[in-house]
Design a protein around this ligand. Sequence first.
Ligand code: GLU
Length: 322
Amino acid sequence: MCGIIGIIAKRPVAPELLAGLKRLEYRGYDSAGIATLICGRIERYRAEGKLTNLAARLHGEPVLGTIGIGHTRWATHGQPTERNAHPIATDRVAVVHNGIIENFQALKRELTGLDYAFQTDTDTEAVTVLTTHHLAQGLRPAQAVARTLERLEGAFALLFLFAGEHDLLICARRGSPLAIGYGNGEMFVGSDSLALAPLSRRITYLDEGDWAVVTSGKITIYDRANQLVQRELVESVLSGAPIGKGNYRHFMQKEIFEQPTVIGDTLRALIDPASRTVKLPDLPFALGDIGRIAIIACGTSWHTGLVGKILARRPGAHPGRD
Ligand code: GLU
């Protein structure tokens, strides 16, 4: 599962894009990249493999753009090479994408027929080139994206950056979550609230099918029928502190060592030490009314589920079915 981050700020955004991608590392990825605007031009920095490679690429090269997008890619179409790494861009628009564009081949054929050339093996490039085509027809960025979204099939989250537009990001959600964080005269877009944790705690989640026009002062959200909609603003409780890898060698090691704390925290929320009893939250139904429980899990959680199954079984019930 890839990671997406976007920032409109008053200061150079490259270091924070990189830090945001670092917080999304836990999702796994094979390559990474960022794009910013320098004098209105789209500039990209991409690298195969770990974020340290991207950081090395950026090292010693002051990237001064105050707007930008970043991506950790988990390749579905095309090798995990620098050429296929996101952002995928033309001279007019750069796109980062999570998910799959099912009809990319048909779109690619259509656009090749209109003399557009493709540089990558990704499905994402069909989105980039189609939007470029709409811009070339004279549409404003928001209209161009709306027109592009109408043509896309599949499940995705998309984030667009436009040449010459220092105060504009457009994002869209179909099947893959996206969160927008409010700052003080700044705005942030991310795959989840973890990505945004230290940047903003005031967050709006896009609903399925929504797309949003984001500027430093305003977020305008449209639903899939292009109708203006309001979405709730929520306060995130995440601080960003527990998200990194810390001193652990990898995330799995971190998870293993964090188990005692996590179990302790979970139990502390449910056990009353004074009465030594378990205090379950008020449920909107009676536990005794439940006829069947389905536990869906794999790996370690599957084993946990098996233990849960034994614990939850009614005395005398059939072992395989209860
Ligand atoms: N399908 C896109 C690609 O292969 C995006 C993959 C992802 O979600 O990272 O480039």
